[in-house]
Ligand binder design. Structure first.
Ligand SMILES: CC(C)(COP(=O)(O)OP(=O)(O)OC[C@H]1O[C@@H](n2cnc3c(N)ncnc32)[C@H](O)[C@@H]1OP(=O)(O)O)[C@@H](O)C(=O)NCCC(=O)NCCS
Length: 171
């Protein structure tokens, strides 16, 4: 496939902070993406009560195409959640979203990022490895639905100049 071919039918993407008004659309994606989806209340709590949380929405064609979130604590960013709406998958949008999360984390002072992934989730694992994540260990039986292990991954974040964030994000 030629570079950019998979993007040809897509409108420009917009990245912005998630608000509580996004929660219904987010929960729809959450339902199709995960076996144990977060509830609306969980997102509400993250957006209103967690000072460390930062959640982003990726919009395409006027709808929420994906979202991701993390906890920013000192120099570390812990990704809590990333998903792309099914119809938008395989078009490099997950990669764009993750890069946006990485840039944002770096902008806020994080120098490394961590996340957990199921060994069976090869798509996500490939994506993370492409973005520089490497495995450092396993949390045994981490996932409550099937007791699957979680692979713990870390990545060093590329450095971004604060004054180039808008240019980099296309805002
Ligand atoms: C994981 C997810 C966010 C990836 O988003 P996506 O938009 O489908 O992925 P992209 O098109 O951006 O692909 C980026 C990279 O992911 C990997 N990837 C994507 N689709 C793949 C597939 N079908 N098979 C193997 N690897 C794949 C590749 O490394 C790809 O890079 P490449 O095309 O240069 O090889 C998305 O599939 C999703 O929402 N899945 C359900 C929720 C989920 O599992 N979230 C992660 C929890 S840890």
């Amino acid at each position: 496939m030629e570079l950019g071919e998979s993007m040809e039918a897509l409108s420009p993407l917009e990245f912005r902070s998630m608000t509580t008004e996004d929660i219904p659309a987010i929960c729809e994606i959450e339902q199709e993406a995960f076996t144990t989806p977060w509830t609306a209340g969980a997102f509400q709590n993250e957006l209103t009560n967690n000072q460390f949380a930062r959640y982003m929405v990726m919009e395409c064609d006027g709808e929420v195409a994906g979202y991701g979130g993390m906890w920013l604590i000192m120099e570390e960013a812990h990704v809590t959640n990333v998903a792309v709406k099914e119809k938008y998958r395989g078009k490099k949008l997950g990669e764009r979203l993750m890069r946006e999360l990485q840039k944002t984390a770096s902008f806020f002072g994080a120098v490394r990022m961590t996340l957990e992934v199921r060994p069976s989730n090869l798509v996500a694992k490939n994506l993370y490895e492409k973005l520089g994540f490497y495995s450092v260990g396993v949390r045994r039986g981490y996932y409550t639905d099937n007791r699957e292990d979680a692979i713990i991954m870390w990545a060093d974040l590329p450095k971004y100049q604060h004054n180039t964030l808008n240019e980099l994000t296309g805002d």
